[in-house]
Design a protein. Structure first.
Length: 365
C-alpha cells in the first residue's frame, strides 16, 4: 500500500514488442503513377483526339512493318523460318562434334613430319648431285687416259637430268627470294616503311595464318614458274629435235649401205649373166648336163688325189709316213729321195688325164 501512490511501472520502450513473436510482412510503398501512362485513367477521361492519333500511328507502323516483311521475303523466302534456322544450327554443331570425334579416332601424324620428309628429299637430291659430279670427274680422267670413246645417253637419264635441272632452278629461285628479303642486307629502313604502308609487315598481321600472300609476290612467283616451264619446254623440244636428227642420220647411213649392197648385188648378177651368156650351151658342146657334172666331179677327184699325194710326199720327206691311224713320224731319218723323173701321165693335168681315160674307154667299147 505504500507504493500505490507511485502508479504503474513501465519496462522498455513504448510501441515495441519484446519476446518471441512472428514477424509480419513488410508493407510495400504505394506505386506512383507515371505522368506519361494513361492506362490507369478511365476512357471517359481520355482525350478523343489523342485516341484517334494513336490508332492512326499504330496502323501506319503496321503497314510499314508489313512492307518491310514483304521485301525481306522477296529476297529470302526462309528469312522468318526460325525453326529451320535453329535446326540447321543444331545440325552443324552435331556435324562439327562428329568430325572432331572422327579426327580424334584417326592415327595422328608426328608433328613436323612433312618438314622432315621434305628435308630428307632435299638431302637425297644433294647426294645425287655430288655423286654425279664425282662421276663426271672420273669420266674426264678416264678420257684423258684412254682418249675419247663412244657415248650412249638413255631416255631415262635424260629425264633425270631434266628433273635435276628443274629442282636446281626452283631451289635457286627460292634462295634468291629469301636473300632478297633478308633484313641484314638492307642499307636503310625504306623497305620496312614500304611494307608498313602496303600492309606487308609481320607486325601488322600481314603474314597471319590463313592470310593470302601479296599480289606482287604472287605475280613474281607466277612469272618465274612460267619462265621455268618455258625453259623446260625448250629443252625438251631441243632434245626431241636432236633425237630426230640422230635417227635421220642413222636412217640415211643405213640407206647408203643398202644402196651400196644393192649396187654390188646388181653388178654381181650382171657379171653372172654375162658369164652365162658367154658360156657355150650343152647342145653346142655336144654333151648333156649329166656328162658335164661327171666331168667336173672327176676333175675334182683328180685334184684331191694330187693334193693328197703331194702332202704324202712332203710328209715323207719330213719324216712322216701314212698309217691306218694317220701320219706318224718315223724313228729313223729318211735321207733317200724318190726318183724325180716323172712319166707323161703325171705331167698331164687332171682334166687331160680324165679326157684321155674317157677316150680310151670309148675306143675299147
Amino acid at each position: 500500500q505504500g507504493m500505490s501512490g507511485f502508479g504503474k511501472i513501465v519496462i522498455g520502450q513504448a510501441g515495441k514488442k519484446y519476446g518471441l513473436h512472428r514477424p509480419g510482412q513488410a508493407s510495400k510503398p504505394p506505386v506512383r503513377p507515371s505522368i506519361f501512362n494513361d492506362d490507369g485513367e478511365d476512357e471517359e477521361s481520355q482525350d478523343p483526339a489523342k485516341v484517334v492519333m494513336s490508332d492512326k500511328h499504330r496502323e501506319k507502323m503496321q503497314k510499314r512493318a508489313e512492307k518491310e516483311m514483304a521485301k525481306a521475303l522477296a529476297v529470302d523466302s526462309s528469312i522468318f523460318d526460325y525453326d529451320g534456322a535453329h535446326d540447321s544450327i543444331v545440325a552443324e554443331r552435331e556435324k562439327a562434334e562428329q568430325d572432331r570425334l572422327d579426327y580424334s579416332k584417326k592415327k595422328k601424324e608426328v608433328r613436323y613430319v612433312h618438314a622432315l620428309i621434305a628435308k630428307t628429299n632435299e638431302r637425297k637430291r644433294e647426294d645425287e648431285r655430288l655423286f654425279e659430279k664425282r662421276l663426271v670427274t672420273e669420266l674426264k680422267q678416264e678420257l684423258e687416259e684412254n682418249g675419247d670413246s663412244e657415248k650412249f645417253v638413255t631416255s631415262a637419264y635424260k629425264a633425270q637430268l631434266m628433273a635435276n635441272k628443274k629442282w636446281e632452278d626452283e631451289r635457286n629461285a627460292k634462295d634468291n627470294f629469301v636473300a632478297k628479303d633478308d633484313v641484314r642486307k638492307k642499307a636503310d629502313l625504306s623497305d620496312f616503311y614500304s611494307n608498313m604502308l602496303r600492309g606487308r609487315n609481320v607486325a601488322t598481321g600481314a603474314n597471319a595464318r590463313g592470310a593470302s600472300p601479296p599480289k606482287d609476290v604472287v605475280a613474281d612467283m607466277k612469272a618465274k614458274s612460267e619462265a621455268l616451264e618455258l625453259e623446260q619446254q625448250d629443252l625438251e623440244e631441243a632434245m626431241i629435235k636432236r633425237e630426230y636428227e640422230e635417227e635421220e642420220e642413222e636412217a640415211a647411213q643405213d640407206g647408203y649401205d643398202e644402196s651400196l649392197a644393192t649396187e654390188s648385188k646388181d653388178a654381181g648378177e650382171e657379171e653372172a649373166a654375162r658369164n652365162t651368156s658367154l658360156m657355150p650351151s650343152a647342145a653346142e658342146a655336144g654333151i648333156d648336163q649329166r656328162e658335164r657334172d661327171e666331168e667336173q666331179e672327176a676333175i675334182k677327184q683328180e685334184e684331191d688325189s694330187e693334193s693328197r699325194d703331194e702332202e704324202s710326199r712332203k710328209r715323207k720327206y719330213d719324216g712322216w709316213v701314212p698309217t691306218a691311224y694317220g701320219y706318224v713320224r718315223e724313228k729313223k731319218d729318211i735321207t733317200a729321195k724318190p726318183d724325180e723323173k716323172k712319166d707323161e701321165v703325171e705331167v698331164l693335168s687332171a682334166r687331160e688325164r680324165y679326157l684321155q681315160r674317157k677316150a680310151m674307154k670309148k675306143s675299147s667299147n
